[in-house]
Design a protein around this ligand. Structure first.
Ligand SMILES: Cc1cc2nc3c(=O)[nH]c(=O)nc-3n(C[C@H](O)[C@H](O)[C@H](O)COP(=O)(O)OP(=O)(O)OC[C@H]3O[C@@H](n4cnc5c(N)ncnc54)[C@H](O)[C@@H]3O)c2cc1C
Ligand code: SF4
Ligand code: SF4
Length: 342
């Protein structure tokens, strides 16, 4: 009898987790990844320990999984690859995989879609100046910066060159909870990563004041509440319930001026910052439309996948916003569903 085999599209933390769980049950897994490395977005995230205490951000959960999958005898990894055609007959899928200029044909029994998400493009919120004002960054930029430099005692902060920052602002919900952009949902992860990054910046620059502009804080779980309490107890972190209306470059002082409405006083206020961080959220992957038409699966009103095709399963953030640990849990549950189906 032919061995059962499963195709997994996308080698982020969700795709890798589902692959390991399924491969451990002696099923052959073909894991295809469109880029030249596995790990997805988590590869770019820093360790967010503060004062050497783990804040449970989950970024280090990836390494062990990558080490395991690279040597797993039941997993074949295809880098720089994408699916180009899929057909189905008698419960078997025939899939064409394009890898560079080579085509591979596979006969498989089930497909797991783990194509992840695309970070919100902050340029779509032109009024915050991302890409135009040199002191405006996204949360992802800061993650990648700390990943490269290490997270403690950053004395020469290159994003603002010769300046040690004294005032930093975060704007929450950039590209989330925004019905005008058809993104009326909460991205679930940006409050958590922003507060962790705020604490890291406070540790790196003890004199710095951090203002967090928000409309709602997505608090979930005991750990997040502890983190939130820690930030609220810090006299140099201020939470301001208002989303600024615009950011403007002040070249003379190399700073960015933010205009916002002070809700308690009902008046417009301007404040200047050395650095502005936009807490961008999770949006459906730009691949979704192509995958949708190849596999015949539906998307919800925002463009995330909905489980509705026989033999096709979803893993991780392609189905909706999730943290790393939530993506892992979802991927493990998906693997169980696949085993049951096979
Ligand atoms: C700025 C930012 C910071 C964050 N920080 C944290 C944090 O500190 N802690 C936390 O818990 N969560 C954090 N998150 C959330 C975290 O990124 C996700 O939970 C996690 O990346 C989800 O993993 P995934 O595998 O579902 O998706 P992804 O990481 O997006 O991986 C998907 C993979 O699929 C590949 N792929 C896509 N389409 C195809 C295709 N057609 N063919 C082949 N391969 C394909 C992609 O190249 C990628 O490798 C953050 C999110 C953002 C935006
Ligand atoms: S990467 Fe995150 S979870 Fe891992 S040790 Fe650092 S803070 Fe803790
Ligand atoms: S997690 Fe926080 S910042 Fe992100 S969309 Fe939800 S409320 Fe806004």
């Amino acid at each position: 009898m032919r061995e059962k085999s499963v195709l997994i599209i996308g080698a982020g933390i969700a795709g890798i987790t589902s692959a390991l769980e399924i491969a451990d049950k002696d099923i052959i897994v073909h894991l295809i990844e469109k880029t030249s490395s596995i790990g997805g977005h988590v590869q770019g995230f820093c360790c967010k320990a503060v004062d050497n205490v783990c804040t449970k951000c989950g970024a280090c959960l990836l390494k062990d999984k990558i080490d395991k999958i690279k040597v797993h005898p039941n997993v074949k990894i295809y880098l720089d690859s994408n699916i180009s055609d899929v057909s189905k007959s008698n419960d078997k899928f025939s899939v064409q995989i394009k890898q560079n200029n080579k085509n591979n044909s596979l006969e498989i029994d089930a497909i797991v879609v783990a194509t992840g998400f695309t970070p919100f493009d902050a340029r779509q919120k032109g009024r915050f100046g991302y890409g135009r004002i040199p002191y405006v960054f996204t949360g992802l930029d800061i993650e990648e910066y700390f990943k490269e430099k290490g997270n403690v005692g950053v004395q020469n902060f290159e994003p603002i060159s010769d300046n040690i920052p004294k005032q930093i602002a975060f704007i929450q919900c950039v590209g989330s909870r925004d019905p005008h952009l058809n993104k009326g949902y909460c991205s679930r992860v940006c409050c958590r990563y922003a507060l962790r990054l705020a604490m890291m910046l406070r540790e790196a620059f003890p004199e710095v004041k951090v203002d967090v502009f928000y409309m709602d804080i997505q608090s979930s779980g005991k750990e997040f509440n502890m983190l939130y309490d820690q930030c609220k107890d810090d006299s140099k972190i201020e939470f301001i319930k208002s989303i600024p209306t615009r950011a403007q470059e002040i070249s003379e002082t190399k700073s960015v001026r933010i205009l916002y409405e002070d809700m308690t006083e009902a008046k417009l206020v301007e404040r200047d910052y050395d650095l502005l961080v936009l807490s961008i959220g999770i949006t459906p992957s730009e691949e979704n439309q192509r995958i949708e038409s190849l596999l015949g699966i539906n998307t919800d009103e925002f463009g995330f996948f909905e489980p509705n095709a026989q033999g096709v399963f979803l893993s991780g953030t392609c189905e909706g916003p999730k943290s790393i640990s939530e993506s892992i849990q979802h991927a493990e549950k998906t693997a169980l569903d696949v085993m049951e189906y096979l």
